[in-house]
Design a protein around this ligand. Sequence first.
Ligand SMILES: NC(=O)c1ccc[n+]([C@@H]2O[C@H](COP(=O)([O-])OP(=O)(O)OC[C@H]3O[C@@H](n4cnc5c(N)ncnc54)[C@H](O)[C@@H]3O)[C@@H](O)[C@H]2O)c1
Length: 285
Amino acid sequence: ATMEPIVSELWLLNRSIEKAEGDAMDLTHASALRNSNMTIQAGTIEDAAGSDVIVFTASVSPTRADWKRSDLAAGNKPLLEHWLPALAESSPNAVLIMVSNPVDVMTYAAIQITGFPPERVIGTGTLLDSIRYRASLSHELEIHSDDIRAYILGEHGDDQFAAHSVAMTGGEKFFPSETSRRLFRETVNVGYEVYNRKGYTNYGIALATMSIVDSIVYDLRHTMPVSVLVDGFLGVDDVCLSLPTVIGRSGVTRILHPPLSEEEAAAFRHCAAKVRETIETMASE
Ligand SMILES: NC(=O)c1ccc[n+]([C@@H]2O[C@H](COP(=O)([O-])OP(=O)(O)OC[C@H]3O[C@@H](n4cnc5c(N)ncnc54)[C@H](O)[C@@H]3O)[C@@H](O)[C@H]2O)c1
């Protein structure tokens, strides 16, 4: 996915320059097959100065088999503290996309560390979960997933919820059903299912991140469920969670406020409390 020519210059940064160089070479070979004159190079923060978009994916690895995304918080905060101040200083106008987990907590930390306006810090949040959910609904309903408006919102973690009450296809509100509830339960765990089989997940998240970059670069104003600093919706603020968000050249151009059911609103507030708890534990460590 990285070789789609939507940017003119791509810089890969890693603590291991060899790893970044290897990836840059491999991607350059692959991009020779695309209609692209994008340059792909390994380099330093200085090389990448003046970037329009930064995608942050550096991460520690899980240390136990039954890991949860929130386990990575304590290990990943120092990575953000190490890299983000210099990245923010050398690319002060960039839109920052956070991928590293726990992504909602990392998005909040990134806003604090960079001092960027919250509109320019976006976590991939429940975008991947929503894409996975729409893919299984699409299979079940035999309708293209683009035409299924169904969001998973809240945290990118075990307490995410499907916003059934605002889901529709072609104007029909046929969610929730037994099927949609079952497919949602499967979606919540499917990331771990992929991880348990291959040791990581990459294709889905890469394409999801590309769709955010695309909407920024071409100012497309697509609405996507991504992690943003919540603006008081349902009484929640000072935490990052996923809400349907319009994304354009300047980053977040608008956060939408869907009329959630009582049950969904309670699930959203529960996610807020849970993510705040991790933020506070991390701050005290
Ligand atoms: N938000 C999502 O939907 C989603 C989906 C998939 C993966 N993820 C998360 O993305 C992150 C990356 O996943 P991955 O599978 O690519 O992991 P990975 O272990 O393959 O890659 C992590 C990278 O970070 C680098 N790194 C480690 N410590 C570093 C440091 N101190 N400085 C610079 N670089 C450092 C490593 O060299 C490696 O290249 C993880 O936190 C993972 O949980 C999020």
